[in-house]
Design a protein around this ligand. Structure first.
Ligand code: ZN
Length: 120
């Protein structure tokens, strides 16, 4: 059955030759694929940059094994990216986010947010 559709890439109307066709041409299909991969690569690059940045920041703040707490604003001002961690762990009431051999948790006390950084 032939159906009229709008190409998901160029928005041209086209007649499908098979049921689940989303693009009017191979060119449009390949272009869309290339863009998606580029986007994914961009996200990965951003994440990696944030992750490495966080790690280096932690290294200067807590260079040796132990635990220290800082006002969150101080880290944010130093370029801390709270979404750039890899792995989570829960212990007692706290959720820890992992960055290499560091883990951190966010604490709120009387509206003031702080971050506890622990190095193994
Ligand atoms: Zn198209």
């Amino acid at each position: 059955m032939k159906i009229s559709r709008t190409c998901a890439f160029c928005s041209n109307k086209f007649i499908t030759s098979h049921g689940n066709q989303r693009y009017c041409s191979t060119e449009c299909k390949d272009s869309q694929k290339a863009i998606s991969q580029q986007k994914l690569y961009g996200i990965f690059k951003e994440f990696r940059k944030g992750f490495v940045g966080n790690y280096k920041l932690f290294l200067t703040l807590v260079p040796k094994s132990g635990s220290k707490t800082f006002p969150l604003i101080q880290l944010t001002n130093s370029g801390f990216k709270p979404e750039c961690y890899y792995g989570r762990a829960k212990s007692d009431q706290e959720i820890f986010y992992k960055i290499g051999d560091y883990r951190y948790s966010l604490l709120t006390d009387k509206q003031i947010q702080s971050i506890k950084i622990i190095k193994n």
